[in-house]
Ligand binder design. Structure first.
Ligand code: IVH
Length: 531
């Protein structure tokens, strides 16, 4: 038996080591030790706590694995209500301009007064969370609920590796001084000299968003699909990362929540010990975010300070262009007045602060139904399954088709005629079916199978062992492939037939005027005028 005193100090040493490694791994994405080393430390702590139950503590990383299932969630009354944000629906330029104009008017500023400073942030598409820390230890996590009262989801939130169980100063995550290469915020030496390094206060509510990264979401759905295929009851796939995150947070069984990969971004505070009682004396929203970073919270790297409307507009455009490259979903950006004194002066209208506004982007995903699954034959004879969709406006255009790529992909997604599906169109990328809402599937919906004959010419279609695609074996007998051959022939580097392009070849082959290459030389005016 280990000596309880040495056990206690060893346990404390392990906890702080493991918590620091978790911060490097989950928040900074810079692991300091191999996974196996981390697992060893973790196992040692688990063994110590098992041998000395009095050593267990709320901020021990061993608390992250989930515990007993609950019958229901307790309610939590928020000390400071969780507000919503007014959404600016106007176009890019007017949205930010209207906000700046309104703020200036309400502050009584004239054109002669200097620009108002804002913070521009991402609007994360997850669910709002309030994390309560007492003397630096996470004691409660609550959902937003109706803004006044939420649900106690502490057990589930503890399983999120990015959320610190204990607040300790971290020094590394400060952004570098000087002009950032990526055009994001730069910091003065004064700021780096430590104005953010407040000790963690007695009482602190951190507000932020729990979300699921897109890659984690895809992997989770893949896992769910294979469970369903194995006949496991009660399993389902998720429509989008937000629903998956919300489902995980509201799991009564925290050991299930522990297996759902969730992430977190901090963006604000609720109740905090006032400066007069030793709490932090933040002057600006931006300073507060930097301090949250030092305390160990993830804060989005795309957060900037901006002067007046033009810089907000530029931010909205820049984030809009790079939105698809983010590893998580956002549905817009948020502008906030930076000075906390000005925020206080502006106050609230009903449940919305006058000092913040959300500026959205068009949705990239929508639900629609599959009308049919067609198989198209390419000019190389490749067969491609394509879902024909009820028209839906997504990512700024009306979408009626989405490729299913090939047999494996169609089988993996298991799209069937009549299904309700999630369609995604991000940027200029071709639209795709992301997933099927299995609980909406009509009984008897038939599994899609690739045809073994070519839908264009009726020749057999085969898939070679090491190939992903079915191919028509009809060669030039197949109208689809004939087009390619004729085009190739007509190409400038071959015979150079003037004016014989895509469109005309299509018409000639479809009208059965050209069946073989020599038919090209027999083309008369009569045949052509009949097109
Ligand atoms: S601030 C004072 N900042 O948007 C306003 N909210 O309508 C309090 N959200 O459900 C919220 N990203 O969860 C704020 N950078 C961000 C946000 C953000 C997403 C969500 C929030 C809430 C909704 C507010």
């Amino acid at each position: 038996m280990t000596n309880p005193n040495t056990a206690a100090s060893r346990a404390e040493q392990l906890r702080s080591q493991i918590n620091a490694h978790a911060h490097s791994y989950y928040v900074l994405d810079e692991p300091q030790i191999p996974d196996a080393e981390y697992d060893k430390l973790f196992a040692e702590l688990q063994a110590l706590e098992a041998a000395h139950p009095q050593l267990q503590s709320l901020d021990s990383p061993t608390q992250r694995v989930g515990g007993k299932a609950l019958a229901q969630f307790a309610s939590v009354r928020h000390k400071v209500p969780m507000l919503s944000i007014r959404t600016e629906t106007d176009t890019e330029a007017t949205g930010a301009q209207n906000f700046d104009t309104r703020v200036r008017k309400e502050l009584g500023l004239t054109d002669a007064d200097p620009a108002v400073e804002y913070v521009a942030e991402l609007k994360f598409d997850g669910l709002a969370m309030s994390l309560r820390y007492e003397n630096g230890v996470l004691v409660q996590a609550a959902t937003r609920g109706d803004g006044e009262t939420g649900e106690d989801v502490t057990q589930n939130v503890r399983t999120i590796g990015q959320i610190p169980l204990r607040l300790v100063p971290h020094t590394s995550p400060l952004p570098p001084a000087g002009e950032g290469a990526d055009g994001f915020d730069s910091l003065s030496l004064r700021e780096r000299a430590g104005v953010w390094a407040f000790p963690s206060p007695a009482t602190l509510d951190v507000r932020g968003e729990v979300y699921m990264r897109r890659d984690d979401f895809e992997a989770l759905n893949e896992k769910q699909r294979s469970k369903i295929n194995q006949g496991m009851k009660g399993e389902k796939t998720f429509v989008n990362p937000r629903n998956a995150a919300a489902g995980a947070v509201r799991q009564l069984d925290s050991s299930i929540a522990a297996q759902r990969p969730l992430s977190f971004f901090a963006y604000g505070l609720g109740e905090v010990t006032p400066a007069s009682e030793g709490g932090p004396d933040f002057k600006t929203h931006f300073d507060m975010l930097q301090t949250l970073k030092i305390w160990g919270f993830p804060v989005a790297a795309q957060t900037i300070r901006a002067q007046a409307a033009p810089e907000l507009i530029a931010y909205h455009q820049r984030i809009g262009q790079t939105r698809d490259e983010l590893p998580f979903d956002i549905d817009g950006v948020v502008y906030k007045v930076n000075s906390l004194a000005l925020q206080k002066q502006l106050g609230f209208v009903t449940r919305e602060p006058r000092w913040a506004v959300a500026h959205k982007y068009p949705a990239q995903e929508q639900l629609t139904t599959v009308l049919s699954i067609d198989v198209q034959v390419g000019r190389t004879g490749k067969l491609t399954p394509v879902a024909k969709l009820a028209p839906v406006f997504v990512g700024g255009v009306t979408v009626t088709n989405a490729t299913l790529h090939n047999e494996d992909e169609a089988r993996r997604k298991d799209v069937r005629v009549g299904d309700t599906v999630v369609v995604r169109r991000a940027g200029d990328v071709i639209p795709e079916v992301v997933s099927v809402l299995l609980d909406k599937r009509a009984p008897g919906a038939e599994v899609f199978t690739m045809p073994h004959i070519c839908p264009v010419c009726g020749s057999s279609a085969v898939r070679e062992d090491d190939e992903a695609d079915f191919r028509c074996t009809g060669g030039l007998f197949c109208g689809a492939q004939r087009k390619e051959a004729i085009l190739h022939f007509a190409h400038r580097r071959a015979v150079e037939v003037d004016g014989l392009g895509d469109k005309l070849v299509e018409q000639l082959v479809d009208a059965n005027i050209i069946r073989t290459l020599p038919d090209l030389y027999k083309l008369g005016l009569v045949a052509l005028s009949g097109l």
